[in-house]
Design a protein around this ligand. Structure first.
Ligand SMILES: *Cc1c(COP(=O)(O)O)cnc(C)c1O
Length: 367
């Protein structure tokens, strides 16, 4: 018997069988009409998911490559940026700003909370020379959803561009790049897009491209100018991760067939059901403003959170994610992205219930 292995982590997420299958196709060369046709199709289809008429650039690398591209392509040394830091992935924007010697004004909240549009507005009034605001659609470390629409409305009235990390969140929680006026959106392949890790994406609008033309930070591999030039021929400047692009074609066809509205409403429904099941177990949600992308749950008092996650994975065949950084052992996280079904979540919650009972029994036996 093969051991059960249900993947409920917020990245990587499960990959549909038809996507796995296409990755067994023989390799072909990428400087060919066949590749150009493939890359044209996926580059056009990505716009449907990003909700933009602008180009979406594809990089080989994990999501962070696109985050780095979202910094070096738009700024010059010492320039001022505002970072919305509500968790571990917001902290990554701050680290990138530091690595590139930018002057970062950090709006930091405790884990589980979020910044308000009013706070962003106040900060931008105090710092009218800020060139960019960096935020996150879904802060995967805490399960918090930021109010990107309201924040975009504020940032769009200033000279700054709004750069949003939608590495998780894309194709899970609603994000309307063009309609909301988000200037740059970055994402990765291993979350809502339902393919393995290894591709990263960036879409930029006219306001962002204008900044790009004067941005002096050093860059080479992720320089948008090269990607833009290649994309005119439906090509990439460097060897693409061909097998993953094939996978992307199949995954995007799946998303297109379902439609973005349905993708969002299905994910919202699964998140709603999960929260209900969590409440029925007497557990508490962690996020003050929960995303539909994933649900973060507080580990109940007296239970070892890290043990809970490892027992579920190794003995019950259900992988949930534990807490990261300062949340280690304090929360666990259940994903609702992409190919995760209600049955997967129900099975996961059953295993959670069993494991909690076992751990609590062992604990009371000790006392
Ligand atoms: C998963 C994730 C990332 C990390 O991307 P890598 O693919 O590990 O480089 C960044 N930001 C958010 C919000 C994420 O969920």
């Amino acid at each position: 018997m093969t051991k059960r292995n249900i993947l409920l982590t917020p990245g990587p997420t499960p990959v549909p069988p038809e996507v796995l299958k296409v990755m067994a196709e023989p390799i072909f060369h990428h400087r060919t009409p066949r590749y150009r046709a493939l890359f044209q199709e996926v580059s056009e289809d990505l716009k449907i998911v990003f909700r933009t008429a602008r180009n979406v650039y594809t990089f080989t690398g994990s999501g962070t490559v696109a985050m780095e591209a979202g910094v070096v392509n738009f700024l010059s040394p010492q320039e001022k940026v505002v970072v919305l830091e509500v968790g571990k992935f917001g902290e990554r924007w701050s680290k990138l700003a530091k690595a590139y010697q930018l002057n970062a004004i950090v709006l930091k909240t405790p884990y589980g909370e979020t910044v308000t549009p009013e706070e962003v507005e106040k900060t931008l009034k105090l710092h009218p020379d800020a060139k960019a605001v960096y935020g996150t659609l879904c802060e995967t470390s805490t399960g918090v959803l930021l109010d990107i629409e309201a924040i975009a409305k504020i940032v769009s009235k200033t000279k700054a561009i709004f750069v949003v990390d939608a590495i998780s969140g894309l194709a899970a929680d609603r994000l309307e790049m063009d309609q909301w006026g988000v200037d740059v959106v970055v994402s990765g392949s291993q979350k809502g897009l339902m393919i393995p890790p290894g591709l990263a994406f960036l879409a930029a609008n006219g306001k962002a491209i204008a900044l790009h033309q004067n941005a002096k930070l050093p860059r080479f591999y992720v320089d948008l100018a090269q990607y833009e030039k290649s994309l005119r021929d439906w090509d990439t400047p460097f060897t693409p991760a061909l097998t993953l692009v094939l996978a992307l074609q199949v995954a995007l066809a799946r998303i297109k067939a379902e439609g973005m509205e349905k993708v969002w409403s299905r994910t919202a429904e699964l998140a709603r059901k999960t929260r209900k099941m969590v409440h029925e177990l007497g557990l508490e949600l962690f996020a003050k403003r929960p995303a539909n992308t994933l649900t973060a749950v507080k580990v109940p008092a007296g239970v070892d959170g890290e043990k809970l996650v490892s027992v579920m994975r190794d003995e019950k065949g259900v992988t949930m994610a534990g807490g990261q950084g300062e949340m280690k052992g304090k929360i666990f996280r259940i994903s609702h992205m992409g190919f995760i079904s209600e049955t997967d979540v129900r099975t996961g919650i059953e295993a959670l219930k069993e494991t909690l009972t076992e751990l609590q029994k062992a604990q009371s036996a000790k006392v």
